[in-house]
Design a protein around this ligand. Structure first.
Ligand code: CU
Length: 135
């Protein structure tokens, strides 16, 4: 059974919160890159992230039609044991401004990938899906 992924969309709305991926990322396999993501609350103000399971945000990548998988984090300042590794390279994101996330990406193979970005904002757990092409 084949399920076709929805096309790339730069914004996802959840419970009045909006998660936006900025720019059109040009991703390549085995090459680290960063995604610029912002989260706004229902009033349009930058969201305040609360650490959840040891990270400000979790970025979980699944590849369509295979079981390839990559999981990384946006770490809070001073957090330890939060970075992810692929082939010895450390990948971690940062957040120095409220509402703004810099998410590291390092996926092992090209294809269509689905990113699930998870964060906690005002007690809400937000899960924002994005479709990404990796060449
Ligand atoms: Cu995680």
């Amino acid at each position: 059974m084949t399920k076709v992924l929805p096309p790339f969309q730069s914004s996802v709305d959840i419970d009045g919160y909006r998660v936006t991926l900025h720019g059109r990322p040009r991703l390549k396999a085995i090459q680290a890159a960063f995604l610029s993501i912002t989260v706004t609350d229902p009033n349009g103000r930058p969201a305040r992230f609360t650490p959840w399971y040891g990270a400000l945000a979790h970025a979980i990548f699944f590849r369509a039609r295979s079981l390839d998988y990559f999981h990384t984090h946006v770490c809070a300042a001073g957090a330890s044991g939060c970075a992810s590794f692929l082939g010895g390279a450390a990948v971690a994101g940062t957040s120095s401004t409220p509402g703004r996330l810099r998410v590291g990406v390092l996926v092992p193979v090209p294809g269509t990938w689905r990113l699930f970005l998870q964060c906690r904002v005002d007690g809400h757990i937000l899960t924002a899906p994005f479709t990404l092409k990796v060449s």
